[in-house]
Write a protein of this length. Structure first.
Length: 593
């Protein structure tokens, strides 16, 4: 391919540089050409973001005959320098909350599950420290990364104990008394002040580097090149920092995308402009030169596992023609939390079948309310999403997951998939011919409302910026066209042939129509009372009213007529969980199913 002027400037540069590269701008090609121009006598280290990127990079450098380039990830580099030397054993999945509680023999204060909540915070404190550039635990204030009021109160109460036990667990790893985590050996590598014997070090995906690895990189004597996109930082929750902003190097840009057209480029620029509501923002310029016309590889991209799962359910239940689907990453990862609790564990807790729960932590919970209290005190987002799915679908979950898995193809048959499903975090670095965006991202309207309603000290600007970045990353995965909900479109954005705006009715509008149609249809057949539109729309705060005999009778009639839980929820203005609980209480499933 013909290189752009921006690429030539980078290849011919000298000294330490940073490259701010927009999505699809050929940064890998540029880095390879940069290395090729220095191939005669220079030893070059290329630091890749993860193992899959590393394997791809190895092949690309080999294809160009660049035998002087060593490709590593931060962790593979640390592994070779630390794990082999000390003969450590690795705990690949990390320590689960209950395991930490048992290892440290944690003591609670008599309140329910206090030792598990403390263990959860110890795990997070370790991750925070190991990814930082600090030398000691005491150099950090763990409260800086706790945001929920209930969690802040808990951590403040137990802070000294949490800190002391965090240091104790790290000491046990250091002495080899227990297995070590991946975060631990990366931290030990950083603290060892390694000297890397290379003339050039090329650091890719710099916007998502940990402070620990950035510290190692910046201390090297080699010529340093850091590459990334400041607007693709989406791993702040893993304590990543935008290293491009922290490295005081001469800045170069790659502003032309060869992935997508100018229409998509304009959309990306307008979404990034939402940052002006939060900070002084200098608009980004992107030139789109992509000319792909294919629609072979189609993907549905969501912000969360819940949003993606809901869309997958819609496809397997309503779109019968779709035979093959694929989930980026292991499909099981969408039904399991990081610590191992499964959606089925939460469902069994919901049904009161504790004997069937496998995860030890979940098994300790009496009911969902108790688990939700634990979630508030630990800010465990994944478990929170699982509860939402269980409250939404209840005992339909096993059959739904079975239908999804029946259509799912394995990794080696990915090309058979008619639709690929992925969250943004899992498709980072990927590209597809056409994409559909799920309506679970932040909107400009919500950003404006947050700014208006909240006090300035209550707004986490960095978190909202990352939410905007997530939508930007999602839309820039396309090589051709985008289907995007109206609510996510920037104001006054011009219509485009490549950007199909979907008018998505609000959930209230959809449910209102659905309830009216089903109830009136069934009532006309059975000569029963038909409910008027006025009554459906009436705002009577039903969620706070006790169930009466009359309401129970009405629920029984509608249940027997086949009205589904979602529509019943809207009709009675209560949560789906409340409706299912009442159905269970009245034993309607046993009596009328």
């Amino acid at each position: 391919m013909q290189l752009t002027k921006e690429q030539h400037n980078i290849i011919n540069s000298t000294g330490n540089i940073k490259i701010n590269a927009v999505a699809g701008s050929g940064k890998t090609t540029t880095v390879i050409e940069y290395a090729k121009a220095r191939s005669h006598s220079s030893k070059i280290l290329y630091l890749a973001f993860n193992k899959s990127v590393k394997l791809e990079a190895v092949k690309k450098f080999q294809d160009k005959g660049l035998s002087n380039v060593t490709v590593e990830t931060a962790h593979s580099l640390a592994y070779k320098n630390i794990v082999y030397k000390h003969q450590y054993k690795i705990r690949h999945q990390g320590f689960k909350t209950y395991e930490v509680a048992e290892l440290l023999k944690l003591q609670g204060n008599g309140e329910k599950h206090t030792e598990y909540i403390i263990a959860n915070h110890i795990n997070k404190f370790i991750a925070y420290f190991c990814n930082s550039n600090k030398a000691k635990i005491q150099d950090l204030n763990y409260l800086d990364i706790v945001s929920d009021n209930k969690a802040i109160t808990f951590v403040t109460t137990f802070y000294d104990y949490i800190e002391a036990q965090t240091r104790l667990l790290l000491s046990k790893m250091d002495k080899g008394e227990i297995e070590i985590t991946h975060d631990f050996y990366l931290k030990k590598f950083q603290l060892s002040n390694p000297k890397l014997d290379f003339d050039y070090i090329l650091f890719d995906e710099g916007q998502d580097a940990s402070p620990a690895m950035l510290d190692v990189f910046l201390k090297q004597k080699a010529n340093k090149v850091i590459v990334g996109d400041t607007h693709q930082q989406i791993y702040g929750w893993r304590h990543a920092v935008n290293s491009l902003e922290k490295a005081d190097f001469k800045t170069y840009h790659l502003s032309t995308s060869f992935r997508f057209s100018q229409d998509v480029a304009y959309l990306g620029m307008e979404i990034l402009n939402w940052k002006k509501h939060l900070e002084d923002y200098k608009p980004l310029s992107i030139t789109g030169k992509g000319e792909n016309k294919e629609h072979k590889v189609k993907a549905i991209l969501a912000r969360t596992n819940l949003g993606l799962l809901l869309k997958a359910i819609e496809y397997v239940t309503e779109k019968k023609k779709i035979k093959h689907i694929y989930f980026e990453g292991n499909i099981n990862s969408y039904t399991y939390a990081d610590e191992g609790a499964s959606l089925y564990d939460i469902l069994n807790l919901y049904n009161g079948k504790n004997r069937l729960i496998r995860d030890k932590l979940i098994k300790e919970m009496r009911d969902l309310d108790e688990l939700e209290d634990y979630i508030k005190k630990t800010e465990d987002v994944q478990l929170g999403l699982m509860i939402e799915i269980v409250r939404e679908y209840g005992n339909e979950i096993p059959s739904i997951i079975k239908k999804i898995k029946a259509k799912h193809v394995e990794n080696n048959e990915k090309e058979k998939a008619e639709i690929i499903f992925s969250t943004v975090h899992r498709c980072k670095g990927m590209e597809y011919d056409a994409i559909q965006i799920v309506n679970d991202f932040i909107t400009e309207e919500k950003i404006e409302k947050l700014k208006t309603d909240a006090k300035s000290e209550e707004i986490s600007v960095s978190k909202i910026i990352e939410e905007i970045n997530l939508l930007y990353v999602a839309i820039t995965r396309t090589k051709n066209s985008i289907h995007i909900p109206q609510t996510l479109m920037p104001k006054n954005f011009p219509k485009s042939a490549q950007i199909h705006v979907m008018h998505v009715e609000s959930e209230e509008e959809q449910s209102e129509k659905s309830v009216i149609e089903k109830i009136e249809s069934k009532s006309n057949k059975s000569k029963e009372k038909a409910y008027s539109i006025e009554k459906i729309r009436e705002k009577h705060n039903g969620a706070y009213r006790p169930w009466t005999t009359e309401l129970d009778d009405e629920l029984t009639v509608l249940y027997c007529e086949g009205i589904n839980v979602r529509d019943l929820s809207k009709h009675f203005e209560r949560t789906k969980g409340a409706i299912r609980s009442r159905i269970k209480k009245l034993e309607l499933e046993e009596l009328y199913s």
